[in-house]
Design a protein around this ligand. Structure first.
Ligand SMILES: [Zn+2]
Length: 196
């Protein structure tokens, strides 16, 4: 088995190591109703995609440290000056200027509420969340957007107060490092690797 591709940046360039695409031998598809006649082949393909976070890096780095970052437009000339955006976005949708990164962990802990939710019994490919998945849309005081995430413990209800939990042990550096639980959930009820 070869080594999965690894990447780091040096002198402003990607330095890559290992295999980014791997060819696995194909297998015949045969028809058991017709003398095992050849019908086609499977083509297994593994590839490693290099996903750049750019200006959103600070968001994912912060999740791994138990912090939820947002952005705020501080442009004096902007009609929407002072608006806070969660999910994290780099540029103001109204004036297109670069926004200021702020730490909204406390706002989330004190004011997060379920705006609406949906429970999914089935999932798409590569899902690693436990099913049924309780997707929740979360609203925060003073934040003009709604965040999509999932409830890791309990049953969702509209208006329910929730608090964020973070995968600080063994983080994935993806959005899956954050989940939500009902307010007052005990820390020994959190999923493995997660803490407040
Ligand atoms: Zn703006």
């Amino acid at each position: 088995m070869s080594m999965f591709g690894q990447v780091h940046v040096k002198n402003g360039q990607y330095k890559i190591k290992g295999d980014f695409h791997e060819l696995t031998p194909n297998m015949p598809i045969r028809n058991s109703d017709d003398g095992w006649k050849l019908m086609g082949v499977t083509n297994p393909r593994d590839m490693t995609y290099i996903h750049s976070y750019g200006g959103e890096s600070i968001f994912f780095e912060s999740l791994s440290k138990g912090k939820l970052m947002a952005t705020r437009c501080d442009n004096k000339k902007c009609e929407s000056k002072g608006s806070i955006y969660q999910p994290f976005r780099i540029f103001c949708p109204d004036c297109l200027s670069k926004m200021t990164v702020i730490d909204m962990t406390d706002i989330a802990k004190k004011t997060a509420k379920i705006h609406t939710f949906m429970v999914c019994e089935r999932s798409g490919a590569f899902n690693i969340l436990k099913r049924p998945i309780k997707f929740i849309n979360i609203e925060f005081d003073g934040v003009c957007t709604i965040l999509m995430s999932y409830l890791a413990v309990g049953e969702p209800e509209i208006g329910m107060r929730v608090v964020p939990i973070f995968q600080k042990l063994d983080p994935t550096y993806t959005i899956l490092d954050m989940a939500w639980v009902p307010e007052k959930t005990k820390s020994n009820h959190l999923p493995k690797g997660f803490s407040f």
